[in-house]
Design a protein around this ligand. Structure first.
Ligand SMILES: Nc1nc2c(ncn2[C@@H]2O[C@H](COP(=O)(O)OP(=O)(O)OP(=O)(O)O)[C@@H](O)[C@H]2O)c(=O)[nH]1
Ligand SMILES: [Mg+2]
Length: 476
C-alpha cells in the first residue's frame, strides 16, 4: 500500500478545492440603461460601491446573501471586452466624496466594468463541494437612446421620413422645427449632392434633437445616436435627416434615384445607419445581456409638464419593443436575446416624501403596463420599483396649518443652501389635465450629501431590493 505524506495530501486537497472553485464560477451580464440624465452613472457607481463596501455600515438587509451572512467580499477584476471603454468608477465615486460632494459627470456611450463576488453557497449542491463560490458580474452602461432606434429596423427611409415629419409638425416640436422644415421644402431632392449642404442640414437636424432633449425635456429622439454619437462624431453615417416632401415627388423617380443625388444619398445613409449602428449594437451587445435594468426619471418630466410627460410615455413604449420577444416580435426575428429578468426603476425617489413612493411605482407601472402582460407570457421575470441610487435628502416632519406633514431636506444643487420642502404629490396614474393645471409637483435638484467616505457605502433607497431581484438567484 502506498502512503502519501500529509503535505502531499494537503496539496491534493488544495488542488481539488481549486478545481471545484473554478468549475463553479458563474457569470452574469447586467446591462444598465435609461435615457440621458436618468441616473445610470450614479446607479452603477452606487451598485459597485455597495458590493465593494459590504461589511462596513452595511445597508443591504434585503439582499439575502448579505442578510444570511453568506456574502464574503467583492473586488474589481479586469473587464471582459478590451475594446469597450471602462466604466469610470473611481472618478465617479471620487466626485461623490469631494467636499462639497458633486454628481459624476455626464457620459455619452457604452462602458463596462467587471466585479467578482465571493460568497458561501447555501441552497445549491455547491455547499457540499466547496467553501466559497464566485459570481462574476459584467456591468454594462449604455444610453437608452440606442433602444429608441430599434423600431427603425422595420422602417424604410420613406416611412421613417413620414413619421418623423408628422412628429416635427406637432406641438411642442413644431415651433422650433419650423425654420428647418421650411428649408427642406425649398430643396431639390434630385439635385447632385453637395456634401457640405448635406452636412449642414444634418447638423441643423441634430441641433433640433439636442434642443428637444435638453431644453424641452422630450424623450423620443431619433436617430438616438445623433445626440450621443460617441466615436461616430462627424462620421457621414450620422449625416442624414428625414425628407419631408415625399407627397410631392414621383415614387418611380424616388425608386430610381442614384446615391449621388440628395434623396438617394439620404436613403443610403439611413440604410447604412440601420445596418452598421442599430443592428450592430443588438448583435454585438444586446444579445449577450442576461439581466437588464431600465432606469426612468419620471419626476423631471412631471415637473416639465404635459408634453414632456407624454413624450416619455411614447419613448417608454418604444423602449419596450426591445423586450418583446414573442414569435412575432421584431427582435426575436432578427436576433436571439436572452434577458430573463427585467427591472424598471423609477430613479431619484429621494426627491419625494416616502408616502409618495408607492404612487411613483404605480405611475411607472402605467408607463410599462401594456407590455408587462406580454412579457410575463414570454418568460421574462419583471419588476418595477422606486429607488435612489445615491440618496441626497433626509426625511422629516413639519408643521403646516396645525398639521404634521412629511418633508424632505437637502442642499439645493443651484446654490448649495439647505432647504426643507414638501415637493408635492406624484400621481399614481397617467396625469390628468387637472393635475397639470395644479402644477402639483415641484422638482428641485439636490446636491449629494456630505456623508460619503471612501470606506463607507453610499446612502441609498432600495438598492438592496434591486440587487436581490437581479442577482439573488445567482447567489444562492
Ligand atoms: N437626488 C438624486 N439625484 C440623482 C440620483 N441619481 C442621479 N441623480 C441626478 O441625476 C443626474 C444625472 O445622473 P447620472 O447618473 O449622471 O445620469 P446618466 O443617466 O448617467 O446621464 P448621462 O450620462 O448624461 O446619460 C445627476 O447629476 C443627479 O443630479 C439619485 O439617486 N438621487
Ligand atoms: Mg452617465
Amino acid at each position: 500500500m502506498a502512503f502519501i505524506k500529509k503535505s502531499q495530501l494537503d496539496n491534493l486537497k488544495q488542488k481539488a478545492s481549486d478545481f471545484v472553485n473554478r468549475s463553479i464560477d458563474q457569470h452574469v451580464t447586467l446591462a444598465v440603461t435609461g435615457l440621458s440624465r436618468s441616473g445610470k452613472t450614479a446607479f452603477i457607481t452606487s451598485l459597485v460601491n455597495q458590493l465593494l463596501n459590504e461589511g462596513s455600515n452595511s445597508q443591504l438587509s434585503f439582499f439575502n446573501v448579505v442578510h444570511q451572512g453568506r456574502y464574503i467580499a467583492a473586488k474589481r477584476v479586469p473587464q471582459k471586452h478590451l475594446h469597450i471603454p471602462r466604466f469610470e468608477y473611481d472618478g465617479a465615486f471620487a466626485a461623490l466624496c469631494q467636499s462639497p460632494p458633486r454628481w459624476p459627470k455626464p457620459t455619452n456611450g457604452i462602458s463596462e466594468l467587471r466585479l467578482a463576488v465571493k460568497y458561501q453557497p447555501k441552497d445549491s449542491l455547491l455547499k457540499y463541494a466547496t467553501e466559497s463560490a464566485t459570481l462574476y458580474i459584467d456591468i454594462t452602461d449604455y444610453p437608452g437612446e440606442w433602444l429608441l432606434d430599434l423600431p427603425l429596423l422595420s422602417l424604410t427611409f420613406e416611412e421613417w421620413s413620414q413619421q418623423t415629419t408628422a412628429l416635427l409638425c406637432q406641438a411642442p416640436r413644431n415651433q422650433y422645427a419650423k425654420a428647418f422644415l421650411e428649408k427642406l421644402a425649398d430643396f431639390d431632392p434630385f439635385a447632385n449632392v453637395d456634401e457640405n449642404v448635406l452636412a449642414q442640414l444634418a447638423q441643423e437636424y441634430t441641433e433640433l434633437l439636442l434642443l428637444f432633449r435638453h431644453q424641452l425635456g422630450l424623450s423620443v429622439i431619433q436617430p438616438g445616436r445623433f445626440i450621443l454619437p460617441g466615436e461616430l462624431e462627424d462620421a457621414p453615417i450620422l449625416q442624414f435627416f428625414p425628407y419631408t416632401g415625399f407627397d410631392k415627388i414621383d415614387s418611380n423617380d424616388y425608386q430610381n434615384a442614384k446615391d449621388d443625388c440628395y434623396i438617394g444619398m439620404l436613403r443610403a445613409r439611413f440604410i447604412e445607419y440601420k445596418e452598421r449602428v442599430v443592428r450592430r449594437f443588438y448583435k454585438e451587445h444586446f444579445v449577450h445581456f442576461d439581466r437588464q435594468i431600465v432606469l426612468a426619471d419620471c419626476l423631471t418630466p412631471l415637473n416639465n409638464g404635459a408634453d414632456s410627460f407624454a413624450d416619455l410615455q411614447n419613448a417608454m413604449a418604444m423602449i419596450m419593443q426591445s423586450f418583446q420577444y414573442g414569435q412575432s416580435g421584431l427582435l426575436s426575428r432578427l436576433f436571439s436575446p436572452k434577458i430573463d429578468r427585467l427591472l424598471f426603476a423609477a430613479t431619484k425617489a429621494d426627491h419625494v416624501t416616502p408616502e409618495q413612493h408607492s404612487h411613483l411605482v404605480a405611475l411607472l407601472n402605467k408607463l410599462v403596463f401594456q407590455t408587462k402582460q406580454t412579457l410575463s407570457f414570454e418568460g421574462i421575470e419583471m419588476k418595477t420599483m422606486a429607488i435612489a441610487s445615491v440618496k441626497a435628502t433626509q426625511v422629516g416632519k413639519s408643521q403646516y396649518q396645525g398639521k404634521s406633514i412629511p418633508v424632505i431636506k437637502g442642499r439645493q444643487l443651484s446654490d448649495n443652501k439647505v432647504i426643507t420642502l414638501f415637493p408635492g404629490t406624484v400621481p399614481s396614474a397617467i396625469p390628468t389635465l387637472e393635475y397639470w393645471q395644479q402644477q402639483a409637483f415641484n422638482y428641485i435638484a439636490f446636491a449629494p450629501m456630505e456623508s460619503a467616505h471612501l470606506d463607507e457605502s453610499l446612502p441609498h433607497l432600495r438598492m438592496d431590493q434591486m440587487l436581490q431581484f437581479l442577482l439573488g438567484d445567482k447567489l444562492k
